[in-house]
Design a protein around this ligand. Structure first.
Ligand code: 4AD
Ligand code: MG
Length: 478
């Protein structure tokens, strides 16, 4: 017999036929009702066992997470909640799951922290299966969007010799032995003897390489893993995260902002259209979770309402200078409620400031642009004022920064001067500077942190819960 996915069975036009399916037990009640799930949908299918004619030894093996092969008749369900159930005629236990030892007891409502320690099994819960399906659909939407817009998918190297952000937060890649490391005469590690004959690290961003490709293919995007050795133990930072980085020749900063907005709306809309059941479940989950919080800390909008808000309202665009004025005059700044008080122009914005702007002041996603050159990376285009650069950050409610981007400095002399001032060796980025030597043109791009997008869309609150196996300081299990 042909096996069907549970999603297809639940969406059948009619009942009455013989069906077969395979999945894992979620619950088993009264020796009779199995809630079976195969990952194809958030919904379980109820399988009704003829327990009087099933040996006790078999019934005992129907435990949470056991793998079953089930055959029977698809019939209209008497109970509420689902259209069909299976009247089981044949049941085979494919793989047992010892109830005494299985770590995830759904009845006890395991905490998210506990589930993180069991990241290999947590995807068998409703919450994590929903999150990971939404993540997969969003990833598909990313490729679909850029394909439809005529972008080329570009694969930046993972191992690189450069520090794209100039922040020095890199994981070294080396094949040298820890003991007996080869040294130069002055006692330094001799990287000439290392695998690549030079110092190398895991990439923090594919941008610099993507720029070289945009200057030939016109519009490209990366979508790959990036690595940061920043010791930020927050609910928004990972040491290994996935980033999407489009780069477009001849785009200025306004085009860049338009692209980012259009892109974000498209992928959110795609997820809403293709993950309706999962998002409905996640909306309910969030409501339950927030019941334990004081009113003031609860989300003002339910999940779907919040997603719709992003689809229907333009993001607010203001300059860094305007934002500083708003923050300086804000209540939490005057009452010294901010941990970092905004005193003057030039201050770097902390997430408390970003969240104030987005969640309290504008109550909308915000794009901040024209930041002080001093607090941004070397490659951003200097404005005529000599103080600010054509940078933009997109800030989202509950998330803070979701996108960072800029128009790039296309003028060779200005770029070299900036690199010299920051002590970035020209020799190391000779190839990058070549794009400014041969056919330079204005161009722009941005990076969107994929996990921050998944956080926003699923309503989860910790970034460790939207990537299968999170890597964070002091944690690389699995
Ligand atoms: O603002 P960032 O550092 O920008 C860049 O890397 C540029 N090269 C992008 C570009 O212009 N092509 O990072 C971009 C985004 C952030 O806005 C954030 O969403 C995400 O990447 N991000 C992180 N996500 C999770 N964990 C971290 N440690 C992150 N660091 C940045
Ligand atoms: Mg940034």
């Amino acid at each position: 017999m042909k096996y069907s996915k549970i999603k297809a069975l639940l969406e059948s036009e009619k009942g009455g036929m013989e069906v077969a399916t395979r999945g894992w037990v979620r619950t088993f009640r009264n020796k009779q009702f199995i809630a079976l799930n195969d990952g194809s949908t958030i919904h379980n299918i109820q399988c009704v066992v003829d327990f009087e004619n099933t040996p006790e030894a078999i019934l005992k093996r129907i435990t949470t997470s056991a793998a079953l092969d089930i055959q029977g008749t698809l019939v209209e369900s008497q109970g509420s909640g689902q259209k069909y159930e299976i009247q089981v005629t044949k049941l085979e236990v494919l793989g047992d799951s010892d109830a005494e030892k299985y770590p995830i007891q759904l009845r006890n409502r395991p905490s998210l922290e506990f589930l993180r320690e069991n990241a290999h099994l947590r995807v068998r819960t409703n919450t994590f299966s929903a999150v990971m399906r939404v993540r997969a659909v969003l990833a598909y939407a990313v490729h679909k969007y850029f394909n439809e817009k005529g972008f080329f998918y570009f694969n930046a190297p993972i191992i690189t010799g450069s520090d794209a952000e100039g922040a020095g937060e890199m994981f070294r890649v080396s094949a040298l032995p820890f003991d007996g490391t080869p040294r130069t005469e002055d006692g330094k590690v001799n990287f000439k003897e290392d695998f690549f004959g030079r110092e190398t690290n895991l990439t923090v961003s594919g941008q610099l390489e993507a720029e070289t490709y945009a200057m030939a293919l016109g519009q490209v995007y990366t979508f790959g893993p990036t690595f940061r050795a920043e010791n930020s133990n927050t609910s928004r930072h990972l040491a290994e995260f996935w980033m999407i980085e489009p780069e477009v020749a001849f785009n200025d900063l306004n085009d860049n902002m338009d692209l980012a907005e259009d892109f974000i709306r498209y992928v959110i809309k795609y997820a809403m259209e293709n993950c309706a059941d999962d998002l409905k479940f996640l909306e309910q989950r969030l409501i339950e979770e927030e019941k334990n919080k004081p009113q003031a800390e609860r989300s003002e909008m339910a999940l779907l309402e919040k997603l719709n808000f992003v689809l229907e309202n333009n993001f607010i665009r203001i300059s860094y200078t305007e934002a500083i004025d708003i923050l300086k005059n804000s209540k939490p700044n005057k009452n010294k409620k901010f941990q970092y008080i905004i005193e003057e122009w030039g201050a770097d914005l902390q997430s408390e400031h970003e969240r104030y702007l987005v969640e309290k002041h504008f109550k909308s996603p915000v794009i901040l642009f024209d930041y002080p050159a001093k607090i941004k990376a070397f490659y951003m285009r200097l404005n005529e004022d000599g103080q600010t650069v054509r940078a933009m950050d997109i800030l989202f409610p509950g998330i803070g920064e979701i996108v960072g981007g800029s128009q790039r400095e296309e003028r060779l002399d200005v770029l070299v001067e900036k690199m010299n001032a920051l002590g970035i060796p020209e020799e190391e980025l000779w190839w990058y500077l070549d794009t400014r030597r041969f056919g330079t043109a204005i161009h722009s791009g941005f990076g969107l942190g994929f996990e921050r997008l998944v956080l926003f869309v699923t309503g989860m609150t910790n970034i460790r819960d939207v990537i299968p196996f999170p890597r964070t300081p002091q944690n690389a299990e699995f």
